[in-house]
Structures are given as C-alpha cells and as structure tokens.
Design a protein around this ligand. Sequence first.
Ligand SMILES: Nc1ncnc2c1ncn2[C@@H]1O[C@H](COP(=O)(O)OP(=O)(O)OP(=O)(O)O)[C@@H](O)[C@H]1O
Ligand SMILES: [Mg+2]
Length: 269
Amino acid sequence: MLVFEDVYFYHQKDAPILKDIHFTIQSGEFVSIVGKNGCGKSTLAKLMNGLLLPKKGDVRFHHLKTANSADLIEIRQQIGFIFQNPEDQFITTTVRDEIIFGLENIRVPKEEMEQRVQWASKAVGMEFYLDSMPHELSGGQKQRVAIAAILAMRPQCIIFDEATSMLDPLGRDQVLTLMHSLSQQGLTIIHITHHMEEVLHSDRVLLLDNGQICFDGQPIDLFKSVSLKDYALLEPVAVRIHRLANEAWSFTADWEGALRQLWDTSLKT
Ligand SMILES: Nc1ncnc2c1ncn2[C@@H]1O[C@H](COP(=O)(O)OP(=O)(O)OP(=O)(O)O)[C@@H](O)[C@H]1O
Ligand SMILES: [Mg+2]
C-alpha cells in the first residue's frame, strides 16, 4: 500500500509543483498517471520511491516512510523505477552485469545471484542476451533489460515513467504486455503515459493538472466525464469512433454515408 498524505513539493518556495496530494494505491493495483507536459507526473513518481522528498506531508509505503533515511534502502528495493530513455539506466557493459549491479546494491548473497539473473532475464524474454552489451540492443530490448534488473530485486511495485514513449509499436507492445503480465502476478504497476490507448486497461487513472489531482477513478469514467482536449490528451480511437458514431447516427439513417462521413471527420479531429 502506497499512501500520499497532504503532500506538497516545490523547487522554489513560491512556485509549488505539487499541492495537497492525497491518495492511496492498494497493493496489486494497475494505476495510470496522465496529464500535460510539466504538470508534475515525474515529480510525483520520484516522490513515491524517495528520489525526491516532500516539503510537507508524508509518503508511506506500508510501514516505511520516505522521509526516514533509514527506510530508503528498503523502499527503493520494493519500488523499482523504469525511466523514459533506456540509455539513461545502464551503468555496466553486459546485460548480466547490469542485473547483478542492482543485486549487489541491495546486498543479495553471491550464491543467490545467478539464479535471480536467470529468472529475471527469462521473465522478460532476454535470457539469450546475458553476455550482450546493453548499448547494442534495440530500444524495446533495452527496456526489457532495465525491467529485468528491477525484477531481479523482487520489488512489490514498479513505476514506468513514460517507459514506452521512445519505442516503436512492437517494442511498445512487448513492454506493455510485460507490464500486464507482472500485474497479473500481483505486482503494483504505476504507468505514466501520454497515450490514452495504454490507459484503457488500467484499474485506475489519476489525471494531474496544475500540481493537483483533478480526476481519480476508472478509465471509462475519465473518458465519459472529462474533456481530454483541455488536458492536451487524445481520446482512445475506440472512444472517439463511438462518440462520433453516436453523433453521426443521430441525424441520418444512411449508415453507409454516415460511416464515410465519420471516417472523414475522424481523420480531421
Ligand atoms: N530541478 C528543477 N528545478 C526547478 N523546476 C523544476 C525542476 N525539475 C522539474 N521542474 C519543474 O517541475 C514541473 C514538473 O516537472 P515534471 O518533470 O514532474 O513534469 P511531467 O508532468 O513529468 O512532464 P513531462 O510530461 O514533460 O514528462 C515542471 O514545470 C518543471 O519545469
Ligand atoms: Mg515526466
């Protein structure tokens, strides 16, 4: 359970980035976080695992508190972070060393490491690349290695901060499939994205605007009740087609004409 209680954050005192943030994320939830560029999504994510500390209020993970420096090692082991650019997260020269590096940081006994390396690399389908150099891999493969390095630490929660945004459709699909499979295995998944198609299958979505949470609920209710354009977000195609179809069919019985018109309109909007 991840709890934000009355959280405020700023870099300069007179310019708060996050204000009065309250929410609880239950273990095993798949939560998407959306909002305009610069609205504070990454700041919120970094507060979750203590990469940033609140200026006011508390961030708690179960009995641990990010403000307690003694709790930080365990929090960072329990809450993994996958960044947008896979290049930014590699430190070593082989996939195997990359996974081992994280394990050394949390002091996993040497004799347990190989088994964890094998298990985590297999979980992301990268078991045949253990001796490859991370920088030579494709974008999707790099993100899967980054996920393996986190998984090997056996976290309870993984935050993906726009982790799919630099990938082609295949790489994106692979990472999204992996996220959903981890969620089905009981991990808590927090997915920051600008792609509303990716939000459709989450349990819950938080919409952030102007440093505050302005929607917290199921994706379907977000699409029904919020004008996404106001937040620089696009409706998922299925939702857009459904809305336009309702509008088109209400004034014509000519379904073929309506379909043609709908197609033209959908291309323009
Ligand atoms: N070190 C810093 N000093 C001052 N302001 C900062 C600093 N880091 C971030 N900010 C500001 O904090 C605000 C929130 O940034 P954040 O990166 O959390 O937004 P975001 O929602 O993740 O944006 P994006 O969608 O572009 O990733 C932005 O206005 C940004 O300029
Ligand atoms: Mg960001």
